[in-house]
Design a protein around this ligand. Structure first.
Ligand code: ZN
Length: 182
């Protein structure tokens, strides 16, 4: 039986708080929750299931979006049609990034933001993220393009930042040329 997650809406002030570092061992309950997140994010990107369970497509979720102020993020990246890579990072840190900036063409979306928000969100084109897996083993992930955007979006959640905070209100849209020069 598939049970949908209870994702907080942007109006909830919890989303504006700074999450605490997670400590090991990660509880079984939290590991189960991660499994549930992976399942829901995967289903949300498969049309048949998205329709069946009324899921908005999403590639990532951070624990604070479930009301848990711990630094854990989950990303389910469709790297090829129908093929997914899961990333679960505990206490993620961006340890290096490209000067070059990019933005998702159509802007960004968020499972906590139930409305369209127009505007480009400038992000680093490439990032290196370190952290730990659920068992405490160190991780080091290099991400580029969309996956890089996803990591920056989810890590922002741990610091109480929502994607639209980064949209320039005076100039919400950039050409690809302009954004690379930011
Ligand atoms: Zn989000």
């Amino acid at each position: 039986m598939f049970k949908k997650l209870n994702i907080l809406d942007e109006k909830d002030k919890t989303l504006r708080k700074i999450s605490k570092e997670a400590t090991f061992p990660i509880s079984e309950k939290e590991k189960d929750l991660v499994d549930q997140i992976i399942k829901e994010l995967t289903y949300s990107q498969i049309e048949e299931y998205a329709e069946k369970y009324d899921l908005r497509p999403g590639t990532g979720l951070a624990f604070p979006q479930l009301g848990i102020l711990k630094r854990i993020i989950v990303i389910v990246d469709e790297y090829e049609p129908g093929k997914f890579n899961n990333y679960v990072v505990v206490n993620p840190n961006i340890v290096s990034y490209s000067e070059e900036m990019i933005a998702a063409d159509v802007g960004e979306g968020c499972l906590s933001v139930n409305r369209e928000v127009d505007g480009h969100v400038p992000r680093h084109a490439r990032v290196t993220v370190t952290g730990f897996d659920l068992d405490g083993n160190p991780l080091r992930i290099r991400a580029r393009e969309e996956l890089s955007i996803a990591f920056q979006h989810e890590i922002d959640h741990l610091d109480g930042i929502l994607f639209y905070d980064r949209i320039n209100k005076k100039k919400p849209f950039f050409t690809e040329y302009e954004i690379r020069l930011i």
